[in-house]
Design a protein around this ligand. Sequence first.
Ligand code: 7TS
Length: 405
Amino acid sequence: MLSLEHYRRDFPILHQKVNGFPLVYLDNAATSQKPQVVIDALVNYYQKINSNVHRGAHYLADQATIAFDETRKKVQKFINAQYPEEIIFTKGTTESINLVAFSFGEAFVSPQQEILITEMEHHANIVPWQMLCERKKAILKVVPVLEDGTLDIESFYRFLSPNTSLVAITHVSNVLGTINPIQEIIQVAHAAGAKVLVDGAQSVPHFQVNVQELDADFFVFSGHKIFGPTGVGILYGKKELLELMPPYQGGGAMIKEVTFERTTYNRLPHKFEAGTPNIADVIGLGVALDYVQNIGIENIALQEHALTEYATQQLQQIPSLKIIGNTPNKVSVISFVISGIHHYDLGMLLDANGIAIRTGHHCAQPLMRRFGVEGTARASFAFYNTKEEIHKLCEGVEKAIAVLT
Ligand code: 7TS
């Protein structure tokens, strides 16, 4: 087991009082907190090497470019991509998915072809595909979710056809915590001739991902959920696919030569990185990945698993509380509803005690409809959370039930 005290000290934000109580931060699925080394990297960048990248005109430009390009290699290693140019920097998961929906959609999706998604997707992995289907007169198909929060894999097999162009699926649900059998899904989709985009926003922070082993065509995630800064995300794509896809945005850095008659495009990854990138935050993400690697993602997984089991067991003792998402194969996300209590009221009462959880639809309105709820309360843990914090959550919930019912 990790020495929690040691690692908690790395996160300055955790050591403060909120509403007079020590902060209990249980909203890590929305965004994780940042260790001091990441904060220092941002300050250091602006104090010492701030400059534009890939223009190579002077010392600072070189330093910034080296640090920026270094992160691409760190990400490549972190998810075991074959080539660094398969790593495209974006604003986040949302932009990565929009990029693929636009660019892959433009090149490869024709009328009447199908895009397969699931009922447990975040809006970021629904709406861009709806927009694509509208543009291309393609068809969106949705694989249902079973009562325990697992994917209806039989329906997935049934829905897949030679007409399926792309399967866009979350690796892990941000509401249910369910880990989808992504390797099987990718194999079967490939056998049917479809490509697969995996939304890794909620998987990469919690366990080892190996894109080559998975054989994913696209894999996307956000830096801010894995202890990195906001405003930077990753699109991994297989080189041979990215090569065939048109640029998403035009501008500086993505061109080889521009004339008023015709423009030729830069090689990967620059073709997909128009304009000045988010240099400081990209460098910060590199430091965050180093931080995770120093602790060991497998140690993080063990710690989070123990916290999740414990919290599940404790919350289940509360009679009016129902957990939504009951598969044992899940990450550290627990969504729940309490009969007779609105999730917003619960969230407000917990906040008054310094406890931060998320309430609402979690950007997954179709999934809320599937479970017949308007929203849920959701506690999500990082490795720096403690059993004591779980006790505080349970006490807070019990107090709220006493006050509100
Ligand atoms: N996909 C999944 C599975 C997510 O959980 C999220 C964010 C996104 C995509 C979008 O990521 P972004 O960084 O581009 O915004 N999920 C959440 C959440 O559960 N609470 O706040 C944001």
